[in-house]
Structures are given as C-alpha cells and as structure tokens.
Design a protein around this ligand. Sequence first.
Ligand SMILES: Cc1cc2nc3c(=O)[nH]c(=O)nc-3n(C[C@H](O)[C@H](O)[C@H](O)COP(=O)(O)OP(=O)(O)OC[C@H]3O[C@@H](n4cnc5c(N)ncnc54)[C@H](O)[C@@H]3O)c2cc1C
Length: 213
Amino acid sequence: MNRDSRTVPSRYPKRAHQEADIVYPILDEALFCTMSFVYEGRVRSIPQSIVRVGDAVYFHASVGSHFFRSLAQLDEVCITVTLADDIVVAKTAFNHSVNYRSVVLWGKPEVIDEHDEKYAAFKTLTEKMVPGSWDYLLPMTDKQMAKTMAIKVPITEVSAKVRQGPPSDVESEEPIWTGLIPIKPVRGVPVPGPDAGGMALPEHLVLSTSVDG
Ligand SMILES: Cc1cc2nc3c(=O)[nH]c(=O)nc-3n(C[C@H](O)[C@H](O)[C@H](O)COP(=O)(O)OP(=O)(O)OC[C@H]3O[C@@H](n4cnc5c(N)ncnc54)[C@H](O)[C@@H]3O)c2cc1C
C-alpha cells in the first residue's frame, strides 16, 4: 500500500504503518468508523458500522438512504477508525497521552449489486457484530437483500497509527502516580428482549460475552 505524504503523519511518523498485518486487525476489531466526504460543496462526516472483507471495507444502508445514494456518486471518501485503549497518566498534564490504534483510509465508493459479494459482506458484518449468529438467525431473504444497499471502498491508500506503552515523562522525584487507565470497550451481559424472556442464552452469545450459563 502507498506510503506517501498523505498517509504519513508529520508528528511521530514512526508510529505510522501501512502494512496489512497492522492495518487489518484494527479494521477487524473496530465495529464502527466515521466516514467523511465532500458533497455539494460541504464537508460531511457520518458514523457508520464497518466490516472488512479481503482488501476492501463494506457499508450497508437502506436503498432509500439519501446518504448512500450520494456516496455512490463520489470519487473519494475518507474513513477513520479509532480503538482507544488507555488514558496515559503522566507526572505532568503536558505528558498525558492516549494509547490507541487508529486507521485513516481513502477510497472510491462502489455500489455492489453482485449477489454473492453483497451476501458475503452482510454475513461477515453480522458475524462481526454477533459472532456465531449467522446460522442461528432466520435466513436473509431476497426481499431483504433487495431492500439493502451495499457500498464497497477498496483499501488503496491507508495508514495506521499506534501508540502503546507507559507515559513519556519528565524526570522528577516527586511522588506523583503515573500509569495507564484502561478504557477498552467490553461486551456486557446480554439483556433479553420482550420475546426472549425466560429463554436460555444461545451458545454463541454465552461464548461471545463470556457469560456463565
Ligand atoms: C484516540 C486518539 C486521541 C488522540 N488525541 C490527540 C490529541 O489530543 N492531540 C494530538 O495532537 N493528537 C492526538 N491524536 C493523534 C492524532 O490522530 C494525529 O496523529 C496527530 O494529531 C498528529 O497529526 P499530524 O499533524 O502528524 O498528522 P498529519 O501530518 O496531518 O497526517 C498525515 C497523514 O498521517 C496519517 N495519520 C495521522 N494521524 C493518524 C492517526 N491517528 N491514525 C492513522 N493515520 C494517521 C493520515 O494518513 C494523515 O493523512 C490522537 C489519536 C487518537 C487515535
């Protein structure tokens, strides 16, 4: 993938990476992203669910979505993904930081009409959101497929940036606590909906949330 002035940060460039083995796990862990683009002369930025299949990321929405119909006409969107791991607490406010893994990528959106590619994107997204659930659910119907639009953005220009570790601090003997405050999101205990009262949790939900029974 390209390593050029657009994909290399001017600050801490050593923290930047273009390799798939660093970029893809970040994309695969992040459930959500922000998609930014210029449309009719104005900058827009929209939160979205994101899934990677191969060397592209995919998005979905209702075929009635104004936003998605706009996307299909664009030459370029910019997508950012952020995984924030820790607040880094230092001896000085100046040296406080964040441990994170983030990705910025650009690409040209394409509408996907081909059935198998669209189906694979929906399946991979569902499995990402609720691991192990695709075969448990009622099957996706042709009508539901037709009502849902899929957009693909090939990953051609991309950067990841990663900061991990303790604070970079000033030298001082003052007894000031320093360290990390983890802020990673966790999957909580599933809360049954009205139709699921009294049902045991299906196995895939027990496994994906580490819930006992
Ligand atoms: C959760 C979080 C909190 C942050 N908080 C701050 C903060 O408060 N202050 C601050 O200065 N910085 C913060 N950063 C870092 C910030 O994202 C930029 O990396 C930083 O501002 C340096 O920008 P730059 O001028 O070097 O980037 P530029 O030189 O403008 O960037 C050039 C290119 O480098 C790549 N790039 C830059 N940053 C990133 C990134 N984070 N991830 C992937 N690719 C990137 C992009 O491809 C970009 O187009 C934070 C990052 C994260 C993930």
